[in-house]
Design a protein around this ligand. Structure first.
Ligand code: AMP
Ligand code: GLY
Length: 423
């Protein structure tokens, strides 16, 4: 198959590597890609994942058979529907189904209709501000306020006191996050430890569960400091044992797959279930309509089966008996970020050292080649250093050993990835 992958992060590097390993992959392009994606195919730095017309022209010119979408924006903008009549397969949900990520209110209402366990909630607009403030009074601290629409991961506020929460609600509804917070979902606060479950579905009831992962969102060790795009991830997740996963399948995955079919929400791609373990009871924190980043950098290395077969099965609407087998080894990834991230940070810092260590896979994220051909930093999250191990401790040791020999000005990474879940 001739495949076009859209995106530019560590997630897309991990997808590109896995796709390129398939004997079914005849040629792979990555748009726009990053400083490392040429290792797996041809990067297209000038092609934007949101420019559907330019993508269409490229698909025609190169006779692309399948488009794989890494990030949510093109999916929420309707790339699946745009190509529905075209002779190219698209892995992903339709625009209507992508609202599971694009609108928190839609996602909560879907879960309520399908009886899927999640936090209690209500949705408010500027017209219903005073009802929203009254609703806050019925809840216990802390208060969870979510912008309805996509807000680049910044639209969720967890607020310690009632008065601050009432104020924050007013600011959000007044447009703090632009259009995305014209509607705000207020949720019951759930406490527990989170994990990420990824499911591939063919839209006709067929599905496969991929290896479970846990990511680390806060910039600081011990889960402190501001949220980031993700500082590391591990797979498997020790607490997501057979008993927990049986509940996840029964109470969350099956009703989600059935709900999509029953509600005629066309969905042929990855479903990302952000789950929280509340004393052994899994509940859904959020749906995303794509793979996670940095979870993909551990999930893809742990997938033994052919990814192209799985993606094609999904996109054609029939997974049949295509396997999705997991590697028994553990995998861990540690993200090397720019100094200052997630605040302001410099770019263009030269990256040196060993980027092909024997015991790790170095996935590029925010990197590029400058005009002199030097590899330089080009984003907050720069590299994802993934390793296998007999267990998480060994995988993490390999990643930290490899990181000791990778350098750029201001490099920062968490030294405690995985520590909270290791026995
Ligand atoms: P989201 O963008 O929905 O994933 O929210 C971002 C983060 O906020 C999640 O990963 C959780 O850590 C936290 N969060 C979201 N909703 C809740 C909730 N109802 N209770 C507790 N924490 C939450
Ligand atoms: N790692 C969480 C996400 O990709 O949204």
């Amino acid at each position: 198959m001739r495949i076009l992958l859209l995106g530019s992060g560590g997630r897309e590097s991990a997808l590109a590597r896995k796709i390129s390993e398939s004997p079914r992959c005849e040629a792979l392009w990555i748009a726009p890609g990053n400083g490392g994606t040429d290792a797996y195919g041809t990067s297209l730095p000038g092609l934007s994942p949101l420019d559907f017309k330019a993508i269409e022209d490229f698909v025609t010119k190169k006779a692309i058979d399948m488009i794989v979408v890494g990030n949510e924006d093109p999916l929420v903008a309707g790339i699946y529907d745009y190509f529905e009549q075209a002779p190219v397969l698209v892995v992903g949900p339709s625009k209507a189904a992508a609202a599971l990520e694009g609108s928190k209110d839609f996602a909560k209402a879907f879960m309520q209709r399908q009886g899927i366990p999640t936090a209690a909630y209500a949705t408010f607009t500027a017209e219903t501000l005073s009802e929203g403030q009254a609703f806050l009074e019925t809840l216990q601290a802390p208060y969870v306020l979510k912008a309805d629409g996509l807000a680049a991961g910044k639209g969720v506020l967890i607020i310690p006191t009632l008065n601050e929460a009432k104020e924050a609600l007013a600011e959000m509804l007044a447009g703090q996050f632009g259009e995305s917070s014209r509607k705000v979902v207020i949720e019951e606060f759930l406490s527990g430890i989170e994990c990420s479950v990824f499911v591939l579905t063919d839209g006709n009831g067929g599905y496969r569960v991929l290896p479970v992962a846990k990511d680390y969102k806060r910039v600081g060790e011990g889960d402190t400091g501001p949220n980031t795009g993700g500082m590391g991830a591990v797979s498997p997740v020790p607490f997501a044992d057979d008993a927990f996963m049986a509940k996840v399948t029964e109470q969350i995955i099956l009703p989600t797959i059935k709900g999509l079919v029953d509600e005629k929400l066309t969905y042929r791609g990855f479903i990302f279930l952000g789950l929280i373990n509340c004393d052994g009871q899994p509940k859904v924190i959020e749906y995303n309509v794509r793979m996670g980043d940095p979870e993909t950098e551990v999930v893809m290395p742990r997938l033994k089966s052919d990814l192209v077969d799985l993606l094609e099965g999904c996109a054609r609407g029939d997974l049949g008996d295509i396997p999705a087998e997991a590697d028994d080894r553990a995998a861990a990834t540690v993200i090397a970020v720019s100094g200052g991230y997630p605040g302001a940070y410099p770019k263009g810092k030269e990256i040196t050292g060993n980027l092909a260590p024997a015991d790790s896979i170095v996935f590029h994220a925010g990197t590029k080649r400058d005009s002199d051909g030097r590899l330089v930093t080009a984003g907050g999250r720069v590299l994802a250093v993934t390793s296998y191990g007999i267990d998480l401790a060994e995988a993490l040791k390999h990643s930290y050993d490899s990181l000791a020999d990778i350098h750029f000005d201001g490099i920062n990474y968490r030294r405690d990835i995985g520590r909270d879940v290791m026995k």
